[in-house]
Design a protein around this ligand. Structure first.
Ligand code: FPP
Length: 250
């Protein structure tokens, strides 16, 4: 039986987040430069988008560059930024044709000017698309995002728009960069590391975490469908007991 036929089409996660790890190790194991790993990683991104469209996933969030990644060697940072600009310019027509909307989270104003410009153009061009939203986390730090939201909440209080007691989880979430996006049901991190690395710390509260040994450039359609199958075998209890979940599903 093919893997895709094992999927429950009624239980496809609406939003899947990815920590795309292992590009460097994948390249090194082939005697290649790290950038070769990153450019093969772009092919995985394309395949995941295509498969998500097919399965009906509505949101993908991909951790493409963290604030911590600025500590990498300059040539790798430059290579990654060039790859991003190239990928956007090569793919924006196809994304638009396939009804994919591009969004970003993170401080994109801190990226090189050509990166910032091409992201803004692609976001403007795809802003009315509705089938799938691709969220690229770029120059992103979840702690910084939470701090910024806290500062905005403080401002609302100073302006007497809300009192401290009126600050709810919903209001706080509306001050995060992900305000228009539902929380992910599933996070996939490739390449064997089992940590969150300052990614979506607020939004992942009830997310199923899936860690796989596969390096990102090898994470293609089959691996993705397999990960969703594994997700579907999990029981999401949200603090309840198993019997309560079964009753609500009946
Ligand atoms: C982690 O692998 C990967 C990154 C920091 C960058 C991921 C970026 C891409 C796949 C390209 C992004 C492009 C688009 C269009 C979204 P690593 O370098 O940390 O690997 P290692 O842990 O094996 O060294």
């Amino acid at each position: 039986m093919s893997l895709i036929s094992q999927l429950d089409k009624e239980n496809i996660p609406r939003h899947i987040a990815f920590i795309m790890d292992g590009n460097g190790r994948w390249a090194k194991s082939r005697g290649q430069h790290r950038l070769f790993g990153h450019s093969s990683g772009v092919e995985s991104v394309k395949e995941i988008i295509k498969t998500s469209r097919e399965l009906g996933v509505e949101y993908l969030t991909m951790y493409a560059f963290s604030t911590e990644n600025w500590s990498r060697p300059t040539d790798e940072i430059e290579g990654l930024m060039n790859l991003l600009v190239e990928a956007i310019s090569n793919e924006v027509d196809e994304m638009d044709a396939k009804n994919v909307r591009l969004l970003t989270i993170g401080n994109i104003k801190g990226l090189p000017g050509n990166c910032y410009d091409s992201l803004c153009q692609a976001m403007e061009r795809t802003k009315n698309n509705t089938a799938l939203t691709l969220v690229l986390a770029l120059n992103y730090s979840a702690r910084q995002e939470i701090l910024n939201a806290s500062m905005q909440a403080h401002q609302l209080m100073l302006q007497s728009k809300i009192s401290p007691e009126e600050l709810t989880e919903e209001i706080f979430a509306s001050l995060l960069q992900t305000k228009e996006i539902p929380d992910p049901e599933l996070l996939i991190r490739t390449s064997g590391e089992c940590r969150i690395s300052n990614f979506l710390l607020w939004q992942l509260s009830y997310t199923e975490l899936l860690f796989t040994e596969t390096h990102w450039p090898d994470f293609r359609r089959e691996a993705f469908i397999d990960a969703i199958c594994k997700y579907q075998k999990r029981e999401r209890r949200f603090g309840m007991v198993s019997e309560q979940i079964k009753n609500t599903n009946e």
